[in-house]
Design a protein around this ligand. Sequence first.
Ligand code: TRP
Length: 348
Amino acid sequence: MPSHSVIFDNSYICGMSKQNAIVMSGIRPTGFLHLGNYFGAMRNYVKLQEEYTCFFMVADLHALTTHPDTKELKSNVHRVLAENIACGIDPDKAALYCQSHIRETSELYLYLNMLAYLGELEKTTTFKDKARLQPDNINAGLLTYPVLQAADIILHRATWVPVGKDQEQHLEMARNFVNRFNHRYGNVFPEPMAYNFGDDLVKVPSLDGTGKMSKSENQLATLYLADSDDMIVKKVMKAKTDSGPTEPNSTKPDYIENIFQLMRLVSSADVVLHFEKAFNECNIRYGDMKKQLAEDMVKFISPIREKAEDIRTNEKYLTAIMEKGAEKARKSASDTMHLVREAMGLNY
Ligand code: TRP
């Protein structure tokens, strides 16, 4: 072992104050944000930015592993940024930036690649899934996707990563890379952990009665933050229902429970109660319920959509925001990379 002093002691995290604890997360600019992203991520990021030092990043480099055509990249990056700000992420509080603007990420990614083994990369679930989806483009970037993600996170020596279940394996890999690095070169990095929202993590069901809203699956069953009012109404009115319960206080079929669940997210408590009661008394009219849900959904989504649209088309403002975020991220990145090069003995 080299004789470097201990720069970071992991046991310290437990007693760490919130202001010192660092939160980091990223989102790929490969699709439109939807209601599931809002309730599963954005809404919670907005709370986190009040309490922690937050780094929120648009993962444009990660997008290249699956979307090598860059024609639409710029407009997608702008849209995702605009949508994040419209949802309440405040560029004065959090560092909101673009991955490719931070060159230190690529350097750290390179060093971490020497600590990542082919076997573990090949058995990553997301790699296997993507390799199956794009058999003609199983590139090395796809294989080392989790290494780049680990670099994003530990570049800021972040401890909390608010992400969904599908990212847990990547976080576990990041912890392995951290431990290998710390063991070999001295303690530089804390172990990053998934930030769990507990009760705040709500399910946002899709409108076709199957699973959750998602970027890639049935687009008509997913409500996007960019959907027009007409589109929102059309999608909600198409949601599956039936002729209603025949027994008082019956259990709701999944597709009906989903409509109630969506209503609980955007409608007032008395509206929800009204339809709960109608269901339990077997006089519910699903047409009316969906009309009400559509109206409340439009009220919820349209201000976000309009705000995002204003921001998206203001390129000057977006450029300024990205530069501001990049400055904060670069400061943190260059501090870390200084420690990394020292620890690795790359200081000649
Ligand atoms: N892999 C993440 C996803 O697909 C996106 C991502 C990139 C990310 N870098 C990150 C998430 C760093 C958290 C932290 O959703």
